[in-house]
Design a binder for this molecule. Structure first.
Ligand code: HEC
Ligand code: HEC
Length: 284
């Protein structure tokens, strides 16, 4: 090693180990000294430019006046600048036109993702996968319609389907027959006596003669295997028929209220959410 040749000339410090290991006063290598002074210089430069030392009630600020908060706000302002043209177009356009514009609809979906997670997922589940008592938004089965305008209406004004309870004007045997008919409908069949009751009691007026439901009413499609109120047993179906849905006269009624977001979210946010929900899989 290059330093070895100096070892005989360099003074030793007087420390000796094992009789022949002496500690010498050699200079460290040149590259090491250079980096040492450079790092000292960097400390001084850093101290002058940036916040460095905590003081009693504040800190040394540095002449650049840099703070993490300012850097963050700068980044945010830049992001806003990128978003602004999209946001102004969304504010002016009807929601169907936004859906039709590839760039804008992509932007809406990205932008609404977090909003959906915060405001909608607690009821509708992540990605609209649904929760017990709350409808799935990611399939093509709609209570109030899956066209973009209908989804937009659902979010803006809220929805509240309503069905009277039939316990008061029907016998238990009738309720049972109605439930049998409804369960048969979901299997593609029918119960002849139950079907007559279905028409005579006025069920068909809301659910349609075929039981497929009417979007105007938000009445459920009874002919598919998708159920709003679980568990799906005959007793549960009888419960719905007996006590109704959102039926203020009966404390055992099923509750199903989609809140209105017109006061809570901006116009543009609601449009972006409508586009987001539409593309979850079931938009028409
Ligand atoms: C407090 C729970 C709750 C929250 C929060 C909520 N919803 Fe709903 N939503 C419901 C319920 C319940 C229904 C069904 C109403 C009914 O059955 O009449 C519904 C229905 C809907 C429908 C109509 C579905 C259909 O089949 O026609 C859409 C669309 C919808 N919600 C979107 C949203 C979006 C987007 C958000 C977030 C901004 C949201 N919801 C937040 C409870 C909620
Ligand atoms: C005034 C309109 C109206 C009438 C009349 C009506 N329904 Fe309903 N029904 C609804 C609505 C609205 C819903 C709830 C849909 C929702 O919000 O999920 C519903 C829900 C149901 C459900 C629950 C479906 C599910 O997926 O869990 C059943 C079962 C049902 N109705 C059967 C009947 C039967 C049987 C009758 C007649 C005895 C009847 N309905 C009469 C409007 C009506």
């Amino acid at each position: 090693m290059s330093d070895q040749k100096n070892s005989t000339h360099a003074k030793d410090t007087g420390h000796t180990w094992d009789d022949n290991l002496r500690e010498l006063t050699n200079q460290p290598p040149r590259w090491w000294m250079i980096s040492f002074y450079l790092s000292l210089a960097w400390v001084v430069v850093y101290f002058v430019l940036f916040p460095a030392l905590p003081l009693a009630n504040s800190y040394t600020k540095g002449i650049l006046d840099w703070t993490q908060m300012k850097e963050f706000q700068g980044d945010l302002a830049e992001l806003e600048k990128i978003r602004a043209p999209f946001e102004t177009r969304i504010a002016k356009m009807p929601v169907s036109a936004i859906l039709g514009d590839k760039e804008l609809s992509n932007y809406s979906v990205q932008s609404a993702k977090v909003l959906f997670g915060d405001r909608c997922a607690p009821c509708h589940g992540n990605g609209g996968a649904g929760n017990p008592g709350f409808p799935v938004l990611a399939d093509d089965d709609w209570l109030f319609g899956g066209k973009i305008e209908q989804i937009h209406q659902s979010i803006m004004n809220g929805r509240r389907g309503s069905m009277p309870g039939f316990a008061t004007n029907s016998t238990p045997a009738e309720i049972d027959l109605l439930a049998q008919h409804v369960l048969a409908l979901s299997e593609g069949g029918s119960n002849p006596v139950g079907r007559n009751l279905f028409v005579n009691k006025g069920c068909a007026g809301c659910h349609g003669m075929d039981g497929k439901g009417l979007e105007m009413m938000g009445s459920a499609n009874l002919t598919d295997k998708i159920w709003r109120f679980s568990p799906v047993t005959k007793d549960s179906v009888k419960h719905t028929i007996s006590h109704g849905v959102n039926n203020a006269m009966d404390k055992n009624t099923r509750n199903a209220v989609m809140p209105s977001f017109a006061q809570q979210l901006s116009d543009a946010e609601i449009k972006k959410l409508a586009v987001y929900v539409h593309q979850l899989g079931g938009g028409k």
